[in-house]
Design a binder for this molecule. Structure first.
Ligand code: IMP
Length: 435
């Protein structure tokens, strides 16, 4: 294992608080790399009184000396990238080729992908809708697999050829949109003008990021791989078809960044102290009741990307163990423990009843009819947001942490007790150099 590298991935349905932990780990990394998803992600980082919501740009931009990399596995939306870069620059965070590079092989999100995302969702019957973020992610990856109608970021470097490709693909998309959705034709000239503008801004950032990262590995530089979404939304291992369209577990890192599997380093699996999900699909421990409402309000559980209220429920240790096994998780990072303060009792899902049979393993295929079996634990009433060590936590909170460790079968390296950079307890982590 390459011990100076770290991979951070979500083990639930996304929104596990990756932004904060990635920001903390960026301080000991030379590179921060996105390898999956795109602007469907929403990572919030709070530094002092400043709050940053990032979607596409890696969270390492908030740390000086870090090179931020958008890997080849990302669905890269140049419109969002330009907007985020402008927003960061307005706040004094400057981005250029010395601190941000984008893979020439990352597939570009085009305006027709966003149109298709919205139209295809609308056309689905109730119960079949996925509840996507409407960022064009699924259609972009579909074109990646289709190849003939895909455009990669490197194509921004030759605007003449790019213009011809946009015109050619727009004509195909027009036929498709007209036939399926009776949609007015795309404005190819307008799209070409916009993408020429993006090429001007982003051209200098486009690079062979895989080669750069492989060299960095040879040179022993520390790399942090920043996951997006959560393992239960993984295209292969999640609750299909209610998933996103890229491989978001640690198994997606080598492919999405262009590095060897042996270089992913320590795998940190991020978990929330409870569970949330946005969009449709099975969620066995969901609490569509007062408890869910309590968690939503106290945890500000509204989507960073879409503003949608998140569905909330108890911590599902069985689902997390499944996700941790797929990614070979070395340690866990537990976030939002402070949100549980004030609940009389807490429940952790330790298995399921499916068709009258007891199950101790998570199986995405049957989760739509699974009922949870719970272990009940005492809650705590104290405010824990100022706790700096595990020992300062109330006994019931320590008991909760220990129970999660025991049932998931992994140690917890980090405990987050508030949104601020400083509200992190470094517990049993194997990551080196952290203060
Ligand atoms: P898509 O990725 O926009 O296609 O959405 C597919 C599913 O993944 C929907 O249920 C989304 O709500 C969910 N999803 C995508 N990205 C995120 C994320 O970053 N956090 C939480 N859910 C997400």
């Amino acid at each position: 294992m390459n011990s100076s590298n770290v991979t951070v991935i979500g083990l639930q349905w996304g929104d596990e608080g990756k932004g904060k932990i990635v920001d903390a780990l960026a301080g000991v990394s030379k590179y921060v790399v996105r390898f999956c998803g795109g602007a469907n992600a929403g990572h919030t980082v709070e530094v002092g009184d400043q709050k940053y919501a990032l979607h596409l740009i890696p969270c390492g931009v908030l740390t000086e000396g870090v090179t931020n990399v958008v890997g080849n596995g990302v669905a890269f939306d140049p419109a969002v990238a330009c907007e985020e870069i402008a927003g960061l620059e307005a706040r004094g965070i400057m981005l250029g080729p010395d601190n941000m590079i984008v893979s020439a092989n990352a597939h570009m999100v085009m305006p027709w992908h966003k149109t298709e995302d919205i139209l295809s969702e609308k056309a689905l019957a109730d119960g079949k809708k996925i509840g996507t973020t409407a960022r064009g992610i699924g259609p972009c990856y579909a074109d990646k697999a289709r190849r003939s109608t895909a455009i990669r970021t490197g194509e921004l470097l030759d605007t003449e050829k790019l213009s011809a490709r946009i015109r050619e693909i727009a004509a195909i998309k027009n036929k498709y949109f007209q036939a399926l959705y009776d949609q007015a034709p795309l404005d190819a000239d307008g799209i070409i003008a916009d993408y020429i503008e993006y090429a001007r801004s982003l051209g200098p950032l486009i690079a062979n990021t895989g080669a750069i990262l492989r060299q960095a590995i040879t040179d022993g530089e520390a790399i942090l791989f920043e996951g997006g979404q959560g393992s239960m939304l993984d295209i292969d291992h999640g609750t299909y078809p209610f998933v996103t369209s890229s491989p978001v577990t640690a198994c997606g890192v080598p492919t999405g960044a262009g590095i060897a599997p042996s270089a992913i380093g320590i795998v940190v699996g991020l978990i929330k102290a409870y569970t949330t999900r946005v969009g449709a699909g099975p969620f066995p421990s969901e609490q569509d009741n007062q408890t869910g409402e309590y968690l939503r309000e106290k945890g500000h559980e509204y989507g960073t990307t879409t503003g949608r209220p998140r569905r909330c429920g108890w911590f599902d240790a069985t689902a997390v163990r499944y996700a941790a096994d797929i990614s070979g998780v070395d340690e866990l990072a537990l976030s939002l423990l402070d949100v549980l303060s004030g609940l009389d009792e807490l429940k952790i899902c330790t298995g399921y009843i499916v068709d009258g049979e007891k199950m101790t393993q998570f199986d995405p295929a049957v989760m739509d009819r699974a009922e949870c079996v719970y272990e009940t634990l005492p809650g705590w009433s104290q405010d824990i947001t100022a706790c700096k060590t595990y020992d300062e936590l109330p006994e019931a909170a320590r008991n909760y942490v220990d129970t999660v460790e025991r049932i998931v079968g992994r140690t917890i390296g980090f405990i987050s007790v508030g949104p601020e950079r400083t509200q992190t307890i470094f517990h049993n982590t194997k990551v080196k150099g952290l203060k």
